[in-house]
Write a protein that binds this ligand. Structure first.
Ligand code: ZN
Length: 139
């Protein structure tokens, strides 16, 4: 793993949280994006070499809706940048971690991503992300 690519924060109201984080960080989000397959609306703030991803549920059965109703708003996941997601998946599988999806899926911000089950990582939802080699619809 190369660096922390971003931290994901679950929020109830993306518009309000965009304003809050803009006040906090001193800059505006550089993009907003809906990931329909995950039931989330996201926005991204650049902060130095890394990013903050705000996530709001866009459907009632979205993982973010479940997270907020079980816990509350707050840090939802930590994402690590990897060079070769398949190599990292087999390394981590062999090391005893539980990977939530068998195949990387398209995430926000032109990435392919997989998640590790938090029960194998001290309660922290871990995302691995790699630049999407076939981004398809560039924005
Ligand atoms: Zn993320």
């Amino acid at each position: 793993m190369r660096k922390i690519e971003h931290l994901g924060i679950a929020v109830a109201d993306l518009k309000k949280s965009n304003e809050l984080f803009q006040r906090l960080l001193g800059n505006a989000p550089y993009k907003s994006e809906t990931v329909a397959s995950e039931g989330v609306e996201t926005s991204f703030f650049q902060i130095g070499d890394t990013k903050i991803e705000l996530l709001q549920a866009s459907t009632e059965d979205s993982p973010i809706a479940k997270f907020i109703s079980k816990k509350s708003e707050g840090i939802h996941h930590i994402a690590f940048d990897v060079e070769d997601i398949y190599a990292e998946m087999s390394r981590l599988k062999a090391a005893g971690f539980e990977i939530l999806n068998e195949v990387p899926k398209k995430g926000a911000d032109r990435k392919i991503v997989v998640f590790l089950h938090p029960k194998s990582t001290n309660g922290v939802l871990v995302e691995l992300c790699q630049e999407d080699p076939n981004p398809g619809n560039l924005d």
